[in-house]
Write a protein that binds this ligand. Structure first.
Ligand code: AVI
Length: 332
């Protein structure tokens, strides 16, 4: 048993989180093969409205996006961070493609498997579209587009919400540092709303979100040699209207000790003690305005689904130190 026998960065972060008080896990740790399958099921649940709301906005309001992406008719490069298999963006690209607009698509994802599926699907459906997939870290292989193309960066699916507000600001600033003035950023963001609706999205009666959460322990058992008993923990979801944050936890049902055979780790749990496993931030228009301003952007377009639950927000990179001209709260 050694302290860190060649662990990858994510496992090291998981270990560090379990050693903290209160215990926590990085939400990236959800997405092993089984976690990714369970997340696909979550996205189809009736109470998990986020995916459907985003799809509706893109399907019905894409012409407004296209106008915002091409204010001067310049061609653009659509860079999608965390594209996965691209199934959600394929329809958007197909709609753009039909208009004859000049654009290319750059999906970026850590999963070569997902990008392989994406390339096949795009090649079959949109054989004329230039697609240049990038595997790995969002930022390391970033290159400026050629031919005077405007960069439009997409970060969809409410993924920004899994970061704290400070982390989100730092991430957005990092994106901004790779952009030129006038480039664009498209974000899918979940909005603050009735707490009952929000809680139901993270606590489905079907138990899929609970299985998704508990799968973290299965992964720790497999990859870090832990001996978590899954039936001695339960899923707990909360939502605070005060800060707009949904949070998920795994609650220990007993006093118990969990050990690893692979790393130097022994965890004591009191009955009711929890591991903090995920935060899903919900935003108000004022928070969106502030985030954009803090990270070097001016919000240009704010599209909502018919029920006003979710928004797709388009921001333009502005000169550093410039105050944005428009107030988003007035345009919603
Ligand atoms: C990926 N992410 C935006 C999802 C969310 O809503 O925070 C993950 C998720 N967790 C539980 N259900 C869905």
């Amino acid at each position: 048993m050694s302290n860190s026998p060649l662990l990858d960065e994510l496992s090291l972060r998981a270990l560090a989180g379990l050693r903290q008080t209160p215990k926590r896990l990085p939400s990236m740790y959800f997405y092993d093969d089984e976690g990714s399958r369970l997340f696909q099921r979550i996205m189809c649940l009736p109470g998990y409205y986020l995916t459907e709301a985003e799809r509706e906005i893109l399907a019905h309001q894409w012409p407004k996006l296209l106008d915002a992406f091409t204010p001067d008719g310049r061609p653009f490069e659509l860079i999608e961070l965390g594209s996965g298999d691209g199934s959600k963006t394929l329809e958007l690209c197909a709609a753009f493609d039909k208009t004859g607009v000049d654009f290319s698509y750059v999906p970026v994802d850590i999963s070569p498997h997902a990008l392989g599926s994406l390339l096949k699907a795009f090649d079959w459906r949109l054989p004329g579209l230039r697609v240049q997939a990038r595997t790995g870290d969002y930022f390391s292989g970033w290159r400026q587009p050629g031919n005077g193309q405007r960069q439009i960066v997409m970060f969809m699916g409410s993924n920004l919400g899994n970061m704290s507000l400070d982390e989100a600001r730092a991430f957005l600033k990092q994106i901004r540092s790779h952009m030129q003035e006038g480039d664009g950023l498209l974000l899918g963001l979940d909005l603050m709303k009735n707490p009952h609706t929000l809680l139901a999205a993270y606590n489905d009666p079907e138990g899929v979100t609970a299985a998704f959460n508990l799968n973290l322990l299965r992964r720790l058992n497999r990859e870090l040699g832990m001996n978590f008993k899954l039936d001695r923990f339960s899923h707990y979801a909360s939502y605070s209207p005060l800060d707009g944050t949904a949070r998920s936890f795994l609650v220990s049902l007993d006093k118990q000790t969990v050990r690893s055979t692979r790393v130097d780790l022994q965890l004591q749990f009191e009955p009711g003690e929890s591991i903090y496993t995920e935060q899903s931030q919900k935003y108000s228009p004022a928070m969106i305005q502030q985030l954009a301003q803090d990270s070097g952007f001016a919000p240009k377009l704010h599209l909502q689904d018919g029920q006003g639950r979710y928004c797709v927000s388009f921001w333009q990179a502005i000169q550093r130190g410039t105050q944005p001209q428009n107030d988003l709260s007035l345009t919603i």
